[in-house]
Design a protein. Structure first.
Length: 177
């Protein structure tokens, strides 16, 4: 019973640590007022603007057309869900491998450690079996969205504009192209 409670406690701890999100830097918060022109890229389950900051769901509505935006939302949910499933599966499989090895190294009874390892392995493999294809599917969709967006902005011609007045950082002269 103690082992089951320990496993559940460790699983809950890993989920709570995964749920914590690091907020963006002050440079990111200053860019929340609008969109950054230029090509976008894909990295670690997120689309990044030309400055390297993640494109939020609110900003995605400004970047993409309606169909692309819906695909962007679905793929973002897929990759975040798959990331959680993969982390749980990897933790369980790692515990299933490490627990008997640790028991063997310490000189404990390996016969008592193997059933616990088998249960953890049985729990972890299905999480990985669902999470890995889900991650790959979301990743493929997000890369496709980035490629479509970059192809569409390359076909557009940019007209430089020169303005004097209010900017994001105060009052000044702005040349945008």
């Amino acid at each position: 019973m103690k082992r089951i409670l320990l496993i559940l406690l460790l699983l809950a701890t890993s989920l709570s640590l995964k749920a914590q999100v690091i907020e963006g830097t002050s440079a990111q918060s200053s860019l929340d007022y609008g969109l950054v022109s230029g090509p976008i890229s894909y990295k670690d389950g997120k689309l990044l603007n030309s400055l390297g900051f993640a494109i939020s769901k609110e900003q995605g509505a400004g970047y993409f057309e309606e169909a692309q935006y819906n695909d962007f939302l679905k793929a973002s949910k897929k990759t975040s869900t798959a990331s959680i499933l993969n982390n749980i599966g990897a933790y369980c499989v790692g515990f299933a491998i490490g627990y008997p090895l640790g028991s063997l190294i310490v000189g404990g009874d390996i016969k008592k450690a193997l059933p616990v390892a088998g249960v953890c392995l049985g729990l972890g493999v299905p999480f990985l079996a669902v999470g890995i294809p889900m991650w790959k599917s979301g990743e493929t969709t997000l890369k496709g969205i980035a490629d479509e967006y970059n192809a569409s902005i390359q076909s557009q011609s940019y007209v430089p504009t020169f303005t004097i007045g209010g900017t994001a950082n105060g009052f000044g002269i702005a040349l945008t192209f």
